[in-house]
Design a protein around this ligand. Structure first.
Ligand SMILES: C[S@@+](CC[C@H](N)C(=O)[O-])C[C@H]1O[C@@H](n2cnc3c(N)ncnc32)[C@H](O)[C@@H]1O
Length: 273
C-alpha cells in the first residue's frame, strides 16, 4: 500500500521529476541571522548609522518521493520536519558551537537547517530504500548552507539495533541536542524509539534536551482518539519514570517555511529529571 504526505496538496513547491523517478522540490524560507552574524556583519553608513540588511528569500532543494510504501516513508517529507525547521530558525543562537543529533531524519531537511547554525550535525536513519544515499545527495544539493563545510555526518542508526558501531557511539557521546520528527506512527517503532531515547541519555553526558515533533493522527470512532500518540506517551511515562521528564511546548513561534501548521502538530521537549 502506498502512502503520501499531505504537504504537496497544500502547497506548490515547484516539484520537478528527475531521471530516477524522484522529484526535486524547493522549500522557501527567510533565513534569520544569529547574534554572531550580526556582530560580524553590522555595517554603518557615513553618519555611523547602522545599515539594515534586507532579509533574502532563500530555499532548500530536496530530492524525495511523492509517495512510498509504509516502510519507506523516510523517502518523503512530513509536517513534523517543518515544525522542527521553524523551531531552529526561531532559536538560531541556541545551536552555536553545539553538536546536534537527528534521529529518523528521512530526506535530511532538518539536519540541513540545523547545520547552518551548529558545530556538527549527526544525521541518522535506517538504511531502507536508499535513504542514506538520498540524504547524501540532498546534503550536496545544499552544501552552500553548511557554515563550517562538511559539518553534517550521515550514519545509520536503527532504533532496534542491539549495538551501534564504535564510530557512531563515539560521535553520540558528544551530542548536546537531539531532534526527531514524525517517528510516532507505529507502536513497535515507538517502543524502539523509547529504548533509543534512554540509551542516548545514558551514553551522552552533555545531552540536555531532545525535541520531538509529531502529528497526532486521530481516529474517529465512538470517541475521538489518537491511539499511536497515546500509546507512545503512556509507554514513555512508564519506561522513563524517575529518569526523564517531558513537556508539550507552545508552537506559536514564527513560521518561516510554507506548510499547514495544523493544531495536530505537537512539539515535545524531553530532559533529565
Ligand atoms: C514519517 S518519516 C519522518 C521523516 C522525517 N523526520 C520527516 O519528518 O520528514 C519516519 C522516519 O522514521 C524512520 N524510522 C522508521 N523506523 C526506524 C528505526 N527502526 N530506526 C530509526 N529510524 C526509523 C523512517 O525511516 C523515517 O525516516
Amino acid at each position: 500500500m502506498e502512502v503520501s504526505s499531505e504537504i504537496y496538496e497544500e502547497n506548490d513547491y515547484g516539484s520537478v521529476t528527475i531521471a530516477n523517478g524522484n522529484v526535486i522540490s524547493k522549500y522557501r524560507f527567510n533565513k534569520p541571522t544569529t547574534t554572531l552574524d550580526e556582530r560580524n556583519e553590522l555595517q554603518h553608513d557615513n553618519e555611523s548609522d547602522i545599515i539594515v540588511k534586507r532579509k533574502k528569500n532563500e530555499f532548500i532543494e530536496i530530492e524525495h518521493k511523492k509517495s512510498s510504501i509504509l516502510s519507506e516513508v523516510g523517502l518523503q517529507l512530513w509536517r513534523g520536519a517543518f515544525l522542527l525547521n521553524d523551531f531552529i530558525l526561531n532559536n538560531p543562537d541556541m545551536f552555536l558551537d553545539k553538536n546536534v543529533l537527528e534521529l529518523g531524519s528521512g530526506v535530511g531537511i532538518t539536519s540541513i537547517v540545523a547545520s547552518m547554525y551548529s558545530k556538527k550535525v549527526l544525521c541518522t536513519d535506517i538504511n531502507i530504500g536508499g535513504i542514506l544515499d538520498l540524504i547524501r545527495r540532498n546534503v550536496l544539493l545544499n552544501d552552500h548552507y553548511q557554515k563550517y563545510r562538511n559539518n553534517i555526518e550521515i550514519h545509520e542508526l536503527d532504533f532496534f539495533a542491539d549495538r551501534w558501531s564504535n564510530e557512531l557511539e563515539k560521535a553520540l557521546a558528544d551530542i548536546d541536542i537531539c531532534f526527531v520528527a514524525d517517528v510516532i506512527y507505529d507502536d513497535d517503532i515507538s517502543i524502539g524509539f523509547i529504548k533509543t531515547i534512554l540509551k542516548l541519555f545514558k551514553l551522552s553526558p552533555k545531552l540536555k534536551e531532545m525535541y520531538i515533533a509529531l502529528e497526532k493522527r486521530y481516529v474517529f470512532t465512538d470517541c475521538v482518539v489518537a491511539p499511536m500518540y497515546e500509546f507512545f506517551m503512556k509507554k514513555f511515562s512508564q519506561e522513563t519514570a524517575g529518569i526523564l521528564k517531558y513537556n508539550e511546548m507552545s508552537t506559536s513561534f514564527k513560521q518561516y517555511f510554507d506548510y499547514e501548521k495544523c493544531k495536530e502538530l505537537v512539539l515535545i521537549k524531553v530532559n533529565r529529571i
